[in-house]
Design a protein around this ligand. Sequence first.
Ligand code: G3P
Length: 215
Amino acid sequence: MKIFIDTANIDKIKEIHSWGILDGVTTNPSLIAKEGKDLKTVVAEIAEIVDGPISAEVISLDAEGMFNEGMELSEIHRNINIKLPMCIEGLKATKALYNEGIDVNMTLIFSAQQALLAAKAGARYISPFIGRLDDIGHVGMDVVAEIMDILDNYDFDTEVIAASIRHPLHVSQAATIGVHIATIPYDILKKMAAHPKTDEGIEAFLADWEKTKNL
Ligand code: G3P
């Protein structure tokens, strides 16, 4: 499974990149707003750090506006893909960008039906939001599994990005069903790397090693 980080924070991206496990980055308008810099500046900075797909989201709600914004953003760097919200205008813009050879990440996917339409329109990535489905009493991972089954039946080039990840279990569950990519917040990546038994084991080994110094 490819691992993306879901943030626009440069320091966090640099840190996770230094681990040697980072394949890409997703941003959204809320994450960009937290950084106090404009989208183009942030995305260009990210592209200097990570040599992999980077999602930049448009804010237009009509197909023409989405297409124009997408074309502009795609010029920032060859690794930029355009994040478009799932809606009928978004589908039209996806097809138009696909026809220009530009990758789209169709976001705010909450059902298998939406995912099917996004894949049909030529989305390179589709992002089902697991946590936000869980929040309203659905099992987000069930929707992701259904999407994976549908894509397996056909010959789409679309990859699924497990998004709106809220805890480490979401990541391992997504990997178990073969989801192509998980976009993971910084704090959850840190939690994934940690285990109290590992810390305890390191402490015990070091304590025992200290004892050998007196031999
Ligand atoms: O990639 C989409 C993701 O950022 C949404 O996460 O936690 O705001 O539902 P969340």
